[in-house]
Design a protein around this ligand. Structure first.
Ligand code: ZN
Ligand code: ZN
Length: 417
């Protein structure tokens, strides 16, 4: 009985706090929009987020954060805010980078950096994270514990030959001193209606492993094929043989995608190509399947090339993300917080997607939760997918992000998730 009374009192207290937060966030609308538009106008590519990092650090300092670490994993920024009361440590993560996409939107805040655009909504992520930072900095007297706001570069993958993104952040100690007990983050998208959020319990996003495959044969005149080793014919067989890993060798109930995205080889119509180079990606939700497919690809390529006297080279690239798994108990806890803040009908359980996100690296280290912030608005034509030239978000989603994010952090401080 006492437990029930305490729980009810706790919920009532949280609800009245949600109302206060909602009022403060609604008053922040103009600032949120301005911040988002500034980032949108000056997008920077992965590992080149210098201006973005400077703007963030300056804002966090102005808000009175106790510590503002800069140049983490190149251009990353970490702000630490200590509440007036003792308590645990929780973290929020936003990414920072734009994409090599030409903006086609005709809006006042269109990209000023030719050929670069925030086409994945990371501008929205940063505005939301700074909104949460501002809100919580204003509540420091009531805050029982420490909040760490993490701004991470190169989520889209570092340029060839460079390290970056979440693995480098973790390597440089972003989760230490102090170590958060829980970490939260969200991703923007315009497929769902603004005002709503979505989440998947369990596997939410796939692993992503990029590879380069080179088939090596031997040049000869095209009229004397028996004097060479035709890497084009062999590559064709390899592409099809690799597809039978999906269809014949992996449990049909385990999602897995193996895609060859590019293929290049040969110099002339009448010369046998000496080599063919292909690039592709492999995605799944299961670490065991991920490992098995790597082995099976080798087996297939060993056989396929040996049969024709060719050889090959298979290299896995820097773009290598583990699957993003929302641990079910944590997802249930978090979804209840989201439903309390937005109303049950605004929170949708969604199917997992084959896209990947390097937030999964943090989830391998500490418990956490990652969800979708919807910013679609059909009436205004805001319906385009991430990474497209037309991508945009309804800016009413900014307040939704701040309200839900702040509630998750405050609830996690008050009650161990
Ligand atoms: Zn993206
Ligand atoms: Zn993204």
């Amino acid at each position: 009985m006492i437990r029930i009374l305490l729980l009810t009192a706790g919920t009532l207290w949280a609800q009245s706090r949600d109302v206060q937060i909602a009022q403060r966030v609604d008053a922040m609308r103009a600032t949120l929009v301005e911040t988002r538009r500034d980032f949108h106008m000056y997008p920077e590519l992965s590992n080149r987020e210098q201006r973005t990092g400077r703007v963030i650090a300056e804002k966090l300092r102005k808000l009175g954060f106790d510590e503002v670490r800069t140049n983490v994993a190149r251009n990353g920024v970490v702000g630490v805010l200590k509440g007036a009361k003792p308590g645990p440590v929780v973290a929020w993560r936003s990414d920072m980078d734009g994409l090599p996409v030409n903006e086609t939107l005709d809006v006042p805040y269109r990209s000023r950096n030719q050929g670069v655009k925030h086409a994945c909504g990371h501008d929205v992520h940063m505005a939301v994270a700074l909104g949460i930072a501002e809100l919580l900095a204003g509540m420091r007297q009531e805050l029982a514990g420490t909040v760490k706001i993490i701004f991470q570069p190169a989520e889209e993958g570092p340029p060839e030959g460079e390290e970056g993104g979440a693995p480098l952040m973790v390597k440089e100690g972003v989760l230490d001193n102090p170590r958060p007990q829980a970490i939260f983050g969200l991703h923007a998208g315009a497929m769902g209606a603004v005002g709503t959020v979505g989440y998947a319990s369990g596997p939410a996003m796939a692993s992503g492993d990029e590879f380069t495959l080179t088939i090596r044969g031997k040049k000869s005149h095209a009229a004397w094929p028996h004097q060479g080793v035709d890497s084009v014919t062999i590559a064709s067989e390899c592409v099809l043989a690799l597809q039978s890993i999906r269809s014949r060798r992996i449990d049909p109930l385990q999602p897995m995608v193996l895609t060859i995205g590019t293929i290049h080889g040969g110099e002339r119509h009448n010369i046998l190509a000496e080599s063919v180079q292909m690039r592709g990606t492999m995605r799944t939700f299961n670490e065991g399947v991920r490992e098995n497919v790597r082995t099976m690809m080798r087996q297939t390529l060993d056989g396929c090339t040996a049969a024709h006297g060719a050889n090959y080279d298979l290299r896995w690239g820097a773009f290598s993300y583990p699957p993003l798994i929302n641990e079910p108990a944590m997802a249930t806890w978090s979804a209840a917080v989201l439903a309390r803040v937005l109303g049950k009908e605004k929170v949708h359980a969604t199917a997992p997607v084959m896209g990947s996100e390097d937030f999964s690296y943090y989830l391998k280290e500490v418990p956490g939760f990652f969800y979708w912030l919807h910013g679609g608005n059909e009436a205004r034509g805001i319906t385009h997918g991430n990474h497209t030239a037309e991508f945009d978000m309804d800016e009413d989603s900014l307040a939704v992000g701040v309200k839900t994010g702040a509630a998750l952090l405050l609830d996690a401080l008050a009650r161990r998730p």
